[in-house]
Design a protein around this ligand. Structure first.
Ligand code: SPQ
Length: 760
């Protein structure tokens, strides 16, 4: 990309750039340049092969010191004559300044006589307004070929020996060109950093400085301040002796270079000072809450902070940036005992949505504390709803009323959750503000036209990608949506619920007719919140006339999570398991019906109704299973349970055929293909068809390595297969189990499956 890259200052950052540039072939020659006191570092860089050659500035002038360290020794003092600075920068198509921010003005002064219009100049300083201001002071006007940049990456160590080839890989990098910057130069610097794997953004310097003041400079000041205060205390009372991991984590950045941080504070003082005032006010608030025993508010403050931090962590969901999780399952075992699996995912989403739109305070018990439902929770917090918790599955939602949502400041990030995205698209279509819905890689590949097309018929304005996928750009059409009478082309509770939510903001009636019954939690919960919903056979109708009144919600255990244990205990000889408090809404119990048709021994005990939803305890004991043709009317009632039902079919005597289940192809993964591939690897005769699968059961399930393709239900289904396998099974890519069932690995171990979770 560049013929000659000259790096001024080859320490940790400059050295890491050099290593990454070399590894990625981004420059033919890399030249180091520094002051006399940097000579050891430059010699080391040369010895380590980080740079090709280097030049030293000495008190007596510029010295070229090419190739060998011993040559360098002999060349100190300009013995070769000529102008070494000219030599250093001559023909360089890029000069990168990797020195502390305070030195940049002096470096511009040094560079000025040699400044070439054919070279691009850039830097890596932590403040950017100061760099542009220094350039203006030195050159009169910021040169067009100066493109300031800031890689948001670092380490506490310094020097070229600590340099890392991947220091910038998948790290943010911000470019802050001045208004007059040459677009070609900006593009080249962008490509240069992208070539090192950085995630590049372009913004103005002031915006950069205000962001960094909040997320980097203030935390450093806070860490220095805390350790300064406690350090003095420690001298008197030895408190550090008893400090543990939390203290170590929090104060890590107080080990950074004090000189550098003084320079940064000085350079960005205007942005930092108001933030220190805000932080002081926040501490004063907490002081007041404690002093006046307001633990409720203190809890809300801490709970909000916890969820805001989760939002920060969610950005790293990119598989390249997160740890990957592998499940290792030892074959054999049986499931025994008693368990309560976590709360129903579909109902947890809806409890947040409807509780937020209600008037009054809604208390929720049994809420699923997993990534999908937490994504919905965060979205409503982002729209101004005060939600306390979750703590042990309990939440308090301070409803804002049907028209009380506020415009979110940022896009709403919904992670892996199709339910959040599809239901929110309906709800947000009729709001008086615009919104953008985004999700992870899997969610961004799932079809959204199924909701945006009927919403468009209602007058909604939602833009998708050309493929009809997220991000969804929603222009709020408050008061302008019109009711429709819509016959759904597929059996989908998400489409139905989306249109019901949109219908609550539309003129006239909105009716949705489903081709087959699907889960009806939205309709039931709306009724529980006293919102009028008319049900006539397969048709549901709502209007905008009505309000939601807060009501308490008790979310039962998720039958979709219980399904793994229903199958596991059925296929593993000697199993006897009691699953407590499971939701058995008839639109969800297809898995029990299908397993019973296959010969499973499942008893439904202690049936009762909790908050408008039927609930029971399920006792399941192992039994010989037989293959069946799965009745198509049961498909929508067991749609999420097929991955594990395929495992049951592999263990059943004879053939099992599934048809009419093409919807499985557009879930978190293509669940037909991915399950067929994995079963075949394990030696099972599983043939995928367009809308289902044919499995010859009764043979042996072998061992092997399968991948879940990031789909939680696939990961858990193959783990359960281990109970009947003849050898160990490894399941790759299991991090997404956290979207619906974070406790899965612990629970399944406790009940009798030997599963070890490996993070890497
Ligand atoms: O929320 P998401 O990602 O779509 O979750 C899944 C799941 O397996 O957890 C589907 F992949 O469940 C859906 C389910 O398949 C949850 C749901 C709901 O809560 O309304 C309805 C079903 O989807 P659909 O497309 O049939 O309406």
């Amino acid at each position: 990309m560049f013929n000659k890259l000259c790096i001024i200052g080859v320490g940790l950052i400059g050295g890491s750039v050099a290593k990454a540039v070399r590894a990625n072939g981004l420059a033919k020659t890399i030249v180091g340049y520094g002051r006399e006191q940097d000579s050891i570092n430059l010699q080391t860089a040369k010895r380590l092969g980080v740079i090709d050659e280097f030049y030293i500035e000495t008190p007596v002038g510029w010295v070229a010191a090419l190739s060998q360290p011993n040559e360098y020794q002999g060349m100190l003092g300009c013995q070769k004559g000529g102008n070494p600075t000219y030599e250093a920068f001559k023909d360089a198509d890029c000069v990168l300044i990797a020195t502390p921010v305070a030195s940049i003005e002096a470096i511009f002064e040094q560079l000025k006589p040699f400044w070439s219009k054919d070279t691009i100049y850039t830097d890596v300083g932590s403040t950017k307004g100061s760099v542009l201001a220094a350039a203006e002071r030195v050159f009169g006007v910021v040169p067009e070929n100066l493109v300031p940049a800031h890689p948001i990456a670092g380490a506490e160590q310094s020097g070229v020996e600590a340099a890392l080839v991947d220091l910038f890989f998948h790290k943010r990098l911000i470019i802050t060109p001045a208004n007059n910057a040459n677009p070609e130069a900006v593009q080249k610097i962008k490509t240069f950093w992208q070539g090192q794997g950085a995630l590049v953004s372009v913004m103005n310097a002031q915006h950069h400085d205000s962001i960094l003041a909040a997320t980097s400079h203030l935390p450093h000041i806070l860490a220095f301040a805390l350790v300064d205060m406690l350090g003095h205390k420690d001298e008197q009372t030895e408190i550090f002796k008893y400090a543990a991991g939390g203290f170590r984590d929090f104060t890590r950045i107080a080990s950074s270079d004090p000189t550098m941080w003084v320079d940064i504070c000085k350079a960005n003082k205007q942005e930092i000072l108001p933030l220190i005032e805000q932080l002081s006010a926040e501490l004063a608030k907490i002081h007041g809450l404690l002093a006046y025993d307001d633990y409720q508010q203190l809890f809300s403050t801490f709970a909000y902070a916890k969820s805001a931090r989760q939002r920060f962590l969610n950005q790293f969901e990119d598989p390249n940036m997160t740890k990957s999780i592998t499940f290792h399952i030892k074959n054999g075992g049986r499931l025994q005992g008693e368990a309560r699996v976590p709360g129903d995912k579909s109902m947890s989403h809806r409890s947040i949505m409807l509780g937020s739109l209600a008037e009054g305070v809604t208390h929720v018990k049994g809420f699923l504390e997993a990534e999908d439902a937490l994504a919905t929770l965060q979205a409503f917090r982002d729209m101004g709803v005060e939600i306390e918790g979750p703590v042990n599955g309990e939440l308090t939602i301070h409803g804002v009323g049907k028209n009380g949502l506020k415009a979110p400041k940022n896009e709403l990030y919904l992670g892996n959750s199709g339910t959040s995205m599809r239901l929110l698209s309906g709800l947000l279509a009729g709001q008086p503000f615009n919104s953008v819905l985004t999700g992870d890689k899997s969610l961004s590949g799932r079809p959204m036209k199924r909701v945006t097309e009927p919403l468009a018929l209602m007058g909604a304005d939602i833009k998708t990608t050309e493929k009809g996928t997220a991000p969804l750009y929603i222009t709020g059409k408050a008061g302008q949506l019109k009711g429709i009478d819509y016959v759904m082309p597929m059996a989908s509770a998400q489409v139905k619920s989306c249109l019901i939510l949109a219908g609550m903001y539309a003129q006239g009636a909105t009716s949705v007719t489903e081709p087959a019954p699907t889960r009806d939690h939205t309709e039931r919960m709306l009724a529980g919140f006293s919102y009028p919903v008319k049900k006539d056979g397969s048709k549901v109708t709502v209007t905008a006339d009505g309000k939601l009144t807060a009501a308490d919600i008790d979310v039962p255990s998720d039958i979709s999570s219980a399904a793994f244990f229903l199958v596991g205990a059925s296929i593993a000889e000697g199993s006897d398991l009691l699953l407590k408090h499971v939701g058995i809404n008839p639109t969800r119990t297809g898995v029990i019906d299908i397993l019973r048709l296959m010969g499973a021994n499942i008893e439904i005990l202690n049936e009762r109704e909790v908050g408008g939803e039927p609930v029971a305890d399920l006792r399941v004991r192992s039994a010989p299973l037989k293959g069946i043709d799965i009745p198509e009317h049961l498909v929508p009632l067991a749609i999420d349970e097929f991955p594990v039902l395929f495992v049951a079919a592999a263990c059943a005597e004879g053939q099992t055929r599934l048809s009419g289940a093409e919807e499985l192809r557009v879930k978190e993964s293509d669940r037909i293909q991915v399950m067929a591939d994995g079963l075949q690897i394990l030696g099972v005769d599983a043939q995928p068809t367009e809308d289902g699968m044919i499995i010859q059961g009764g043979g042996n399930i072998g061992g092997g390595t399968v991948t879940s393709h990031g789909d939680h239900r696939i990961a858990m289904a193959f783990s359960i297969a281990g109970l009947r396998a003849s050898a160990a099974i490894t399941v790759l890519d299991c991090a997404n189990v956290n979207t619906s069932f974070p406790e899965f690995k612990d629970l399944v171990q406790r009940l009798g499956l030997d599963l070890v979770c490996e993070e890497s």
